[in-house]
Design a protein. Structure first.
Length: 197
């Protein structure tokens, strides 16, 4: 019996010049905790904050429920991706860090059959550097980029000291490194859940 594969495009909403995105293929039968780990690794995040999968109507919230959960979040370990995505054009929103509000559009580009001998997930390509954690969301990120890259900016010294970088390349993306990180996160998806509790 063949395995169904989703080709997904993950786009960091609000990102620009270049847009920050990753294109990957995953088994349709994964749970949402596994998809969370894959996105964390492929994008370059550090799993330092809570997350949730939802839709534009907020009809559901799938993530990491705890005893303080007020939104009745469904446990991502118990919900399957294929129960919420099934066809080309289907979309979800993946939000990471509710303070900074990093929202990612998750779009099904293709529904495929697994190729014999291939292993999944696979990172096909991507573009754009992942923002640094805790910089204030997408607009804070572009402020940080401007401040670091302009020695005359009033926040230049502070941002350089904070990040340890003299220059920020918004286009930097190492696909091989991102793929290896994605596979590592995927293999340790259960640990990625437990680290925050």
């Amino acid at each position: 019996m063949s395995q169904t594969i989703f080709q997904l495009k993950i786009t960091l909403m609000g990102s620009q010049k270049p847009s920050i995105w990753r294109q990957l293929q995953i088994p349709a039968g994964l749970d949402f905790q596994q998809l969370h780990a894959i996105i964390q690794g492929a994008m370059g995040w550090t799993n330092s904050h809570l997350h949730a999968f939802t839709d534009r109507r907020r009809n559901f919230s799938i993530g990491m429920p705890d005893e303080f959960d007020m939104d009745e979040t469904q446990d991502g370990r118990e919900e399957k991706v294929q129960d919420y995505l099934s066809a080309k054009g289907d979309t979800l929103i993946y939000e990471y860090d509710f303070g900074d509000g990093w929202e990612h559009a998750v779009e099904v580009q293709k529904v495929l059959e697994a190729e014999p001998g291939e292993t999944y997930p696979k990172l096909l390509k991507g573009e754009g550097a992942c923002p640094t954690e805790d910089c204030g969301g997408i607009w804070g990120y572009y402020h940080l980029v401007e401040a670091i890259n302009d020695p005359k900016h009033e926040d230049h010294e502070g941002m350089v000291e904070w990040t340890g970088l003299e220059k920020w390349d918004v286009s930097e993306f190492d696909q091989a490194q991102a793929h290896d990180r994605m596979i590592e996160w995927y293999k340790n998806a259960a640990d990625a859940y437990d680290e925050l509790f």
